[in-house]
Design a protein around this ligand. Sequence first.
Ligand code: FNR
Length: 344
Amino acid sequence: MNIDSQRKDDHVDLAEKQYNAASQSDFQKVRFVHHSFPQIKTQDVSLASHMLGHDMPLPFYINGMTGGSKKTAVINRNLAEVAKELGLVMASGSISAAIKHPDLADSFKVIREVNPNGFVLANLGAHHTVENAKRAVDILEANAMQIHINAPQELVMPEGDRDFTMWLNQIEQIVAHVGVPVMIKEVGFGMSLETMQQLKNVGVKWIDVSGRGGTNFAAIENARRTTFSYDDLENWGQSTVISLLEAQQLENDVHILASGGVKTPYDIIKALSLGAEAVGLSGQFLHMVVNEGPEKTIETVQGWKEKMTAIMTLLGKRNVAELKQTDLIFHRDIIDWCEMRGID
Ligand code: FNR
C-alpha cells in the first residue's frame, strides 16, 4: 500500500479509536432559556436549509472524510447510501491521493455511483492549483468544492506541508476559476474573525468554521508519529461555539457553516442558533456507519428529524432563520473569550 492510502486508513482507524460519545465540548457550555409557551405546533417547523446554491431538506451534511484506499472506498459507499436515502449533501475526503495516483480514483467515484443525483462536494487542500481543483470536480462530477485549511495538522504530520505562503492566493484562484461554488473549511481547529475576513477578502462566500470539540487532527497525527509528539497542539484552536461567535462580527454577505464536535440533534440546533446556516458532521457519521452500517444509521438519523422538530417547537422557532433569535446562556469561559476579543 502506498503512503497516501496508508494515511487514509490510519485517519479513519484513529478517528474511530479516539471517538468518545461522552466527551464534552463547548456545546455543553451553551444553554437555551426555556419559555413555557412556544406558541407554535410541530407541523409549523421546517428543517430545510440552503447551502452552495442548493436547497437541503435537512440543515446538516456529511462532512469531508475519506477515500484513497480499498477500506475507505467501502466507507464512502456506506456514507453515500446514507446521503442518498436522506437527501443529505456529502463531501468526499481529500481527492489529492487520486490526483497523485489515478488508480485510487474509484474509491472516491463510488460516492457518485451510489448517489447519481445527490449534491456532492469534492474536497482538496489549499495548496492545490486550479487545474487540480477542476480534476477533483471531474472525478466526482461534483456540484461544489470544499477546500480544507489545516496548518496544525500538516505541521504535526511527519510527511505534511511546511510552506503555507501560497494558501490564500491559491484559494483566491480556485474560487475565481474552478467553475463551481466553493466552501472553505478548517478540519477541527476552528477559525478567528481575522481568518474569515481574509477569506472574505479573496472572494470566499461559504465558510465552515470546523472547530475544536470532536475529531482532533493533532491527536490523530501525534498517534501516527514515531518520534516525539506535539502534545500541546492537541489543545490548539477555537471551539466550534467560539468560532461561531467570532463569525458574528462578519458582515452578512458570507454564509457561515459549522462543524466540529457535532454529535446530536441538540448540538445541531445549538450551532444553527449561533448563526450557522447548516451543520457538518464527520466523526459521528463515521462512528455510526462503521459500527452500525448504513441501514441503522439511516434509521437513527430519521429519529433525529423528530428530535430537531421537537426542540425547535420548544424554542418556538419555525425555521433555521428564526433560530438566530434564540435566547442563549453561555458558560463563563465563553464570556471571557468574548470579552477579551471585544465580541458583544
Ligand atoms: C476528516 N476531516 C477531513 N476534512 C477535510 O476537509 N478533508 C479530509 O480529507 C478530511 N479527512 C478526515 C478523515 C476523517 C476520518 C475524519 C473523522 C475527519 C475533517 C472533518 O471534515 C471535520 O472538519 C473534523 O473532523 C471535525 O468534525 P467532527 O469530526 O468533529 O464532526
